[in-house]
Design a protein around this ligand. Structure first.
Ligand code: HEC
Ligand code: HEC
Ligand code: HEC
Ligand code: HEC
Ligand code: HEC
Length: 177
């Protein structure tokens, strides 16, 4: 009898718990792009505060061509090695970085921002219109670890497009495929 009860309880826990657990996993994946504050752990603890803040390295020194391409992109290891062949070469983090470099691999940085596929966005139009990185990404130069500052919702995009001085379209077809 007691065994049956235990069996029933274990069964119930699995029956209710397992779907919830799976939902939790998929929710985590789906929430990228909508998750204001999202701050994944990175394979190497890269600090924007140290590089863009204290050392005043320009955003576009690393995020090359933001004004020309759709994706700003994250820098290749080559750019890091312009300095780190020498700077702090003895640090364990820089040694890890150097291993990626010498083996010709890229660092598997985790994406922080990601819009759904049905949305068109390009940096070029925004940067050419004079928008600063910080208007959308927040004070990155103060961030030890980069996180998603804006919610990237449709309302967020449309609100800014509606400002008369921006002279930007709110037609569905401008932002959607
Ligand atoms: C008008 C708002 C806006 C401005 C201005 C802006 N960004 Fe972005 N940025 C975004 C959005 C939205 C995404 C997500 C794009 C996607 O998932 O397709 C993004 C993504 C990125 C990414 C991730 C790689 C990618 O392209 O998906 C980097 C890096 C980045 N931005 C850097 C910058 C830098 C550097 C500047 C300034 C030169 C800048 N951004 C200006 C809104 C902006
Ligand atoms: C223009 C030069 C320059 C470039 C390019 C550069 N860094 Fe740095 N980095 C520095 C300086 C300066 C420090 C601080 C060194 C110190 O604390 O004495 C630093 C520190 C670091 C540290 C901390 C090391 C430690 O253990 O204290 C890491 C990690 C790091 N950089 C990673 C990177 C990565 C990854 C890239 C490429 C995306 C990169 N850096 C590109 C100049 C640079
Ligand atoms: C020394 C190189 C370097 C400089 C300078 C730099 N970044 Fe980055 N940036 C990186 C690297 C490497 C990553 C990927 C790792 C991470 O997310 O921390 C990144 C990631 C980002 C992301 C998140 C991309 C994503 O995955 O969605 C944004 C946004 C961004 N940077 C904006 C900026 C802005 C704005 C500036 C200037 C204030 C700047 N960066 C300066 C190297 C740099
Ligand atoms: C901070 C204000 C601001 C935000 C936030 C913003 N935009 Fe824009 N957007 C602009 C401006 C300004 C223009 C340029 C208008 C012009 O000069 O043509 C523009 C233009 C565009 C264009 C037209 C591009 C082209 O090639 O002509 C698209 C598409 C676009 N934005 C999509 C988006 C999407 C999607 C988002 C949200 C993820 C977004 N924007 C968020 C200000 C903004
Ligand atoms: C300035 C850019 C922009 C414009 C203009 C725009 N959208 Fe969107 N839309 C987005 C972004 C970004 C998302 C994804 C984020 C979200 O779901 O809020 C989105 C999401 C959506 C979704 C999916 C919502 C969901 O829950 O998955 C629908 C449907 C949609 N838009 C319809 C429209 C229609 C209809 C129009 C015209 C009246 C329009 N959009 C105009 C940027 C835009």
């Amino acid at each position: 009898m007691a065994k049956k009860v235990v069996g029933l309880i274990v069964g119930l826990v699995l029956f209710i718990g397992l779907p919830l657990f799976i939902k939790g996993l998929t929710n985590n994946k789906l929430s990228i792009g909508y998750n204001k504050g999202y701050m994944p752990d990175q394979p190497i603890p890269f600090s924007h505060q140290l590089h863009a803040g204290e050392n005043k390295i320009a955003c576009q020194y690393c995020h090359v061509g933001t004004e020309e391409v759709r994706h700003a992109g994250v820098p290749s290891v080559n750019i890091c090695m312009n300095c780190h062949l020498v700077v702090k070469a003895g640090s364990p983090h820089i040694q890890k970085l150097t291993e990626y470099y010498t083996s010709g691999k890229s660092v598997p940085w985790k994406k922080v921002h990601l819009l759904p596929d049905h949305v068109k966005f390009n940096h070029q139009a925004h940067v050419l219109a004079g928008k600063q990185c910080q208007e959308c990404h927040g004070p990155v130069e103060n961030m030890e670890t980069v996180y998603q500052h804006s919610d990237l919702s449709m309302g967020w995009c449309v609100n800014c497009h509606r400002q008369p001085e921006n002279n930007a379209s709110v037609n569905c077809g401008v932002c959607h495929y």
